[in-house]
Design a protein around this ligand. Structure first.
Ligand code: 5AD
Ligand code: SF4
Length: 483
């Protein structure tokens, strides 16, 4: 049985075949099965979907542009909040209604976090679903789909644990795809989480922490850079826990800093990012790495969750507000341009007005460049779901709206401060809002839109910031250091 994860040498063939496989007309001509994958949730999920798509393309599948045309439709699901689960369930119900009419043989599947946490229950609830693929089984998608399409099996549910599955998310669609050369790429360095924050379902859906080896990750990064990628984001639930047990500290450097150093050596790579670190284990070696390693860009996404020590303790976060503020101070001292983002949960059980005020005051004190706000959602089997004082939805909504307004004012004011400045950007491609323009990102993670031709894509260049909206900077290329 061919599986990309274990046959890295096959990628040579994939490179040659990719443009042919991507030509939608070949599906009709040669009867290749087509697949459409819809992704919910975080960047880890985006990355898993890409790896599954690459695995299937290598087996002869074609990526369908529209779900209506596909022989296989997969929903890669998120369980972090109930709303995300409901979205995927509603989508599947709609798909069943539409697809079963005009394409009764289409294979419909759930994969990812909700597939892992609900398993067989999903098929009991929606008997038209054919495949339920857990978070340690993405590399088996191809063999299961072959069986389902070939009529050898009627249903497949696989949510078992699998040793070594953390090393199977390594194939990229962009490799060798001449018409879709990516400038940026995500690389999964580990799976799982051992922190067990009391609100969070992830340790149950993704399992315990398991990391890939530095050599394996660097090899993947090298291939990406050889294929034209210039910025790599290292992904994990808590990236600064990377290799704690397996690799350990060497010369005063944590395993994660050792990994960044190894990736930093890759010639042709311009930028390194990572997401997400946890404030708890964010060591001085990682703070110092920003000043020492020029490819490590000035950006940190540091989920704080709450400004109240009482809430942080109930959430089992492992740090205090003071420690968090100290860390932000250290990061800004290491580089004054540091962009700081965060995640905040509003309405955790027992959150009082005074606790919420602490979150408001933390936001005013830290002045986050970007804050993602989440309304607390009760998750099955988590300790917080059984805590007393679950707040009414109306109160959560009201606090969410107040906090949103407060963080928006800060974000927009900080964005406007860039007007008139010259910023270095990496040009990623056409703007998502207006394909006639280009879009790039500053080192501190601000999106910059500007007028320019295709030849700029993949270039690091300076732009003069002329304007700012609520989320985006607008620039004029001041082509001083085009390289
Ligand atoms: N309710 C609301 N938000 C949550 N998050 C995780 N679990 C929950 C939950 N039960 C948020 C956290 C985390 C982000 C990815 O999702 O803020 O950092
Ligand atoms: Fe969830 Fe906490 Fe682990 Fe993040 S650190 S994945 S919030 S348990």
């Amino acid at each position: 049985m061919f599986r990309m994860g274990f046959y890295p040498e096959y990628r040579g063939h994939l490179c040659l075949l990719f443009p042919f496989l991507c030509d939608w007309r070949n599906v009709r001509r040669f009867g290749m099965p087509s697949v459409f994958i819809k992704t919910y949730g975080c960047q880890m999920n985006e990355r898993d979907s890409e790896a599954v798509a690459a695995q299937l393309v290598a087996k002869g599948y074609v990526v369908a542009p529209e779900e209506a045309d596909a022989d296989v439709i997969l929903l890669n699901t998120c369980s972090v909040r109930d709303a995300a689960e409901q979205k995927a369930l509603n989508k599947m119900q709609t798909l069943i209604g539409q697809t079963r009419k005009h394409n009764p043989d289409a294979v419909l599947g759930f994969m990812g976090c909700m597939a892992q946490s609900r398993g067989q229950e999903l098929i009991d609830q929606l008997p038209d679903v054919d495949l339920v693929l857990g978070t340690q089984k993405f590399h088996r998608a191809g063999e299961y789909l072959d069986d389902l399409l070939g009529g050898r099996r009627d249903k497949v549910v696989d949510t078992a644990e699998e040793t070594g599955s953390e090393a199977t998310i390594r194939e990229h669609l962009s490799l060798g795809a001449s018409e879709a050369k990516a400038v940026t790429a995500f690389v999964s360095i580990m799976q799982g989480c051992n922190q067990f924050c009391t609100f969070c379902i992830v340790p149950y859906t993704r399992g315990r922490e398991r990391c890939r080896s530095i050599e394996d990750i660097v090899a993947e990064c090298r291939e990406l850079v050889a294929g034209g990628v210039r910025e790599i984001t290292l992904l994990g639930q808590i990236v600064n826990s990377y290799g704690k047990r397996e690799i350990g500290v060497r010369d005063g450097k944590s395993a994660f800093v050792q990994l960044i150093e190894a990736v930093h050596e890759i010639e042709g790579l311009e930028r390194i990012r990572f997401t997400s670190p946890h404030p708890k284990g964010y060591g001085d070696d990682l703070v110092e790495a920003y000043a020492r390693l020029p490819k490590l860009v000035e950006n940190a996404h540091l989920p704080v969750q709450s400004g109240s020590d009482r809430m942080l303790k109930l959430m089992h976060r492992g740090y205090t507000r003071e420690r968090f503020v100290d860390l932000v101070g250290k990061l800004r001292a290491a580089d004054s341009e540091m962009g700081i983002g965060t995640d905040i949960i509003v309405g955790f059980p027992g959150e009082t007005e005074a606790d919420f005020d602490e979150t408001l005051s933390l936001c005013a004190e830290v002045e986050f460049d970007n804050a993602f706000l989440f309304k607390y959602s009760q998750r099955r089997d988590t300790p917080a779901a059984a805590m007393p004082d679950q707040l009414p939805e109306s109160l959560i909504e009201e606090r969410h709206a107040r906090l949103l307004e407060a963080v928006d004012v800060i974000r927009v004011r900080k964005l406007k401060e860039y007007i008139g400045r010259q910023m270095e950007i990496l040009v990623e491609g056409p703007s998502r809002r207006n394909a006639a323009r280009l879009e790039g990102r500053t080192r501190c993670n601000k999106i910059v839109v500007f007028e320019g031709g295709e030849r700029f894509i993949g270039q690091v260049m300076d732009v003069q910031i002329a304007d700012a909206t609520k989320t985006t900077l607008y620039g004029d290329p001041a082509i001083l250091n085009l390289n």
